[in-house]
Design a protein around this ligand. Structure first.
Ligand code: ACM
Ligand code: ZN
Length: 621
């Protein structure tokens, strides 16, 4: 894919704005805590950037702001002298009365003023300003506005699995840009998997020379009865220098990178390099997995050499990541091998453990102790509850919300990532035109948007343990950066509002029908691939009736909706939807109504099919 920076996305010239009350347009995602639009506009061309309250001039923030102003300034305004007096003031104020990540953004006759208690808060103020500038670039003037804003949750994450498929550093930067643009603050980097080990560890070079490569990859679905493979070696890894580059880049966008080093399961790639770490005597040989799923061969929990290896690996990982948290996985670890391994059984006996679940708990607690001593905290998937939670662990609840509830009830911190709402590797609709995905429950934009990370089952005191929320992008079926973008956009926008916006301000209609169409129109002018939503109001469904009224809205500003009523796939030569239309269905017949969105750049949505039946249908189509 083309390398495209955040600034480039924001710089795309907006050719028109859609004035509201004659003051300009204020559409922001995620919706801020408070917005009031006042009468008047501030022409922003040639606005200088100043900072105050910083001990050192915040070069990163100032140049970010300067570039953002410049990118949205029309060529013919570059030399205009009408506004040399106005300024953009970035003001750090330690006594500022909003939370640490909060900011106040004022636009008035004297210019633009962003105040924050922290640099991060000011950065988020600038991200909001970036959206306002892009939206009002056509008028070259910002509406007078007062915004007060801060996040609902401290942890706002997005995950990427680089084990099943490898993604280049350039794409990781795009991904981080997108996170930051939507005020997420954590990138969970899933670095080790059965299908590939992706981080250079100097003490164990075979982890990457062997473990970063698989002989071939499944094509098609894991569910296929007769699996087919591509016969092509696949792999790649990040050198420690590249890891540092990604972490530094993320830090410049106020994004923390949390590495995940999986244990004790999902470790086939590591075992392919160092088979002696598996159970029993002379185990292996093993291969990095070529298909998806859960594999029985895992790190031996009985051998001391396993812990020596993992501690050595962590010793190289820790200095690369300033993050307080290290994710140690813990999910989907079959106990099959442990049950028959003399080393594992010996440890169970010696420590009077009840079963293999307690052995897993021993494993995680031992690693936690090691990491706590180094000043780090662990995060694990909700399986780490089984057999007893490590004393200081944070639980990532993925198999629904039960694990999160149980952990909060035990006074442990929780990050909510339930598959039902936040697994963006799941399909978005039931259309047969959706790309191949892992399947499972549909996670539509609306499903994701509707998610509330704070379960009603928890008391107010327990609710405080919900640190926040994260969406996960597993990549078994995500072979390219473009497909990752298809799955991410626009669900990222919904996630940002789940993570940031006060619950009582969330509003699906305002989000999906007012703000999202504007944002998607901007996105449509970039090179970033995204999933074009289907027409607002169209549903994949079968209903009964003698007539049906199509009442649709375009999900992307400026997009067109085409439809057919004879079951054929609609193209731009078919009926153009302009206003509500009623389709009559004679008795004993059905009408198969198909609709599609075509955006200004020519991107298509998947087709939505609504079947309307009038009585018992005797004829086909
Ligand atoms: C997971 O999805 N296996 C955490
Ligand atoms: Zn063992």
């Amino acid at each position: 894919m083309k390398k495209i920076s955040l600034l480039l996305i924001l710089s795309v010239a907006v050719c028109s704005t859609w004035a509201q009350n004659g003051t300009g347009s204020v559409n922001i995602i995620p919706l801020p805590v408070k917005v009031s639009v006042n009468n008047g506009t501030y022409p922003f061309a040639n606005t200088g950037v100043k900072s105050s309250g910083f001990t050192n001039t915040p070069l990163n923030l100032v140049s970010f702001a300067e570039q953002m102003l410049q990118n949205n300034t029309a060529a013919n305004a570059q030399n205009a002298s009408f506004n040399t007096s106005g300024q953009l003031l970035l003001q750090l104020d330690k006594n500022f009365n909003l939370p640490a990540e909060g900011y106040r953004l004022s636009v008035n006759g004297s210019g633009i003023h962003i105040t924050g208690k922290t640099e991060r808060g000011i950065f988020y103020g600038l991200q909001t300003l970036a959206q306002l500038l892009a939206e009002n670039a056509g008028n070259q003037a910002l509406p007078f506005v007062e915004i007060e804003d801060y996040p609902r949750f401290a942890y706002r994450g997005l995950h990427l699995d680089v084990g099943r498929h490898y993604f280049p550093v350039s794409f990781l930067k795009t991904y981080i840009d997108l996170l930051a643009q939507y005020k997420l603050n954590t990138f969970h980097w899933h670095l080790t998997e059965d299908q590939g080990w992706r981080i250079e560890i100097k003490k164990y070079p075979k982890l990457t020379s062997v473990g970063a490569y698989r002989a071939q990859t499944l094509i098609g679905s894991n569910r296929d009865k007769q699996p087919k493979y591509d016969g092509t070696r696949y792999g790649g890894f990040y050198t420690q220098d590249e890891v540092k580059e990604v972490v530094a880049y993320a830090a410049s966008k106020y994004v923390t990178v949390i590495p995940e080093i999986e244990m004790p399961g999902h470790s086939m790639a590591a075992l392919s390099a160092y088979p002696e770490l598996a159970c029993g005597d002379n185990p292996g040989p093993f291969k990095a997995a070529e298909r998806w799923g859960v594999f029985p061969d895992v790190y031996c929990a009985g051998k001391e050499s396993t812990f020596k290896f993992l501690e050595d690996v962590l010793d190289e990982v820790l200095p690369l990541f300033p993050s307080e948290y290290i994710h140690i996985g813990g999910d989907e670890c079959p106990k099959t091998r442990w049950k028959t391994c003399p080393y594992c059984q010996k440890r169970i006996k010696k420590l009077h453990l009840k079963d293999e679940h307690e052995l897993q708990s021993y494993f995680i607690q031992r690693i936690e102790k090691y990491l706590n001593k180094k000043g780090k905290h662990i995060i694990g998937w909700d399986e780490i509850l089984e057999g007893g939670l490590a004393p200081n662990a944070t639980v990532m609840s993925w198999r629904g919300i039960k694990g999160g509830i149980a952990a909060a009830q035990q006074n442990h911190n929780v990050i909510m990532t339930p598959g039902s709402h936040l697994y963006i590797d799941h399909p978005e609709s039931s259309s047969p035109e959706e790309p191949l995905t892992i399947g499972g429950r549909l996670v539509s934009l609306e499903t994701l948007y509707s998610y509330n990370p704070v379960p009603a089952e928890l008391t107010p005191d327990q609710q405080k343990y919900i640190l926040g929320v994260q969406a996960n992008l597993w990549t078994e079926y995500v072979e390219t950066p473009e497909k990752a973008l298809y799955l991410l956009l626009p669900r990222l926008y919904a996630l940002s509002e789940v993570a940031w916006t006060p619950l009582q301000s969330k509003n699906w209609t305002d989000f999906s029908q007012k703000r999202l169409p504007e944002f998607l129109a901007k996105l449509d002018r970039t090179d970033l691939l995204y999933r074009v939503p289907t027409p607002i109001g169209a549903k994949d469904t079968t209903i009964t009736g003698s007539s049906f009224t199509l009442d649709y809205k375009a999900p992307v500003k400026g997009a067109k909706i085409y439809y057919t009523i004879n079951g054929y796939i609609p193209y731009s030569m078919d009926y153009l939807y302009e206003k509500p239309v009623t389709i009559n269905v004679p008795a004993g017949e059905e009408r198969v109504i198909k609709s599609v969105v075509i955006t200004p750049s020519g991107k298509r949505s998947v087709v939505t099919t609504t079947v309307v039946r009038n009585g018992t249908v005797t004829s086909a189509r």
